[in-house]
Design a protein around this ligand. Sequence first.
Ligand code: FE
Length: 216
Amino acid sequence: MDLSVLFDVSYGMYIIGVNDQGKLGGCIINTVMQITSENPIVAVSMNKDNFTYELIKNAGCFSISILSEKTSQKVIGTFGFRSGKDYDKYKDCSYELEHNMPVIKENCCGALFFDLISMTDMDTHVVLFGRLTDTMKLGDYVPMTYSYYHAVVKGKAPKNAPTYQKEEETSGVTKEKVSYVCKICGYVYEGDINEETQDYKCPICGKSKEYFEKRT
Ligand code: FE
């Protein structure tokens, strides 16, 4: 089966946020789908390993910040590749609590607020259903699509993303290739990073090439 065909299914880029009695959580998701029009309900898929999921189960509500093409790589790197279990993702980004839920204020198109109404177990993932309780327009930006993220930001899918695929699954064959991985955000550089100039920076988290280690 050629799983690379799945790359032609389009998605957006969002940060799902939660405040569980003062404990803030948030992570990048690409699967947000509006499934009813009146009194709107959305479905969101996320990995059960996500710390944010644990907090949402307790809090019973969540926010969605809609990322734009102007969203910084640092925000994507922090919320997409770090774990809230051991890192305060909100400490270096511009956010505010609205309806007591965190909303990313830096270059976002808008925010949506939901009450969690049900959840459906999907093996590794869970689908959350939320009823829209309020919206907030934040900026007149172009929403970032997942394909823009791949093509322009050159981002990879984190291991927990519903759309994550192992390299050999997309190519059909496992190739011996040299690659380096950013220790901060998990971005993979295909090729020998030593051939890059000294001022090369990780396109996701902005760290220098000293932070990359060879993949084995
Ligand atoms: Fe990085």
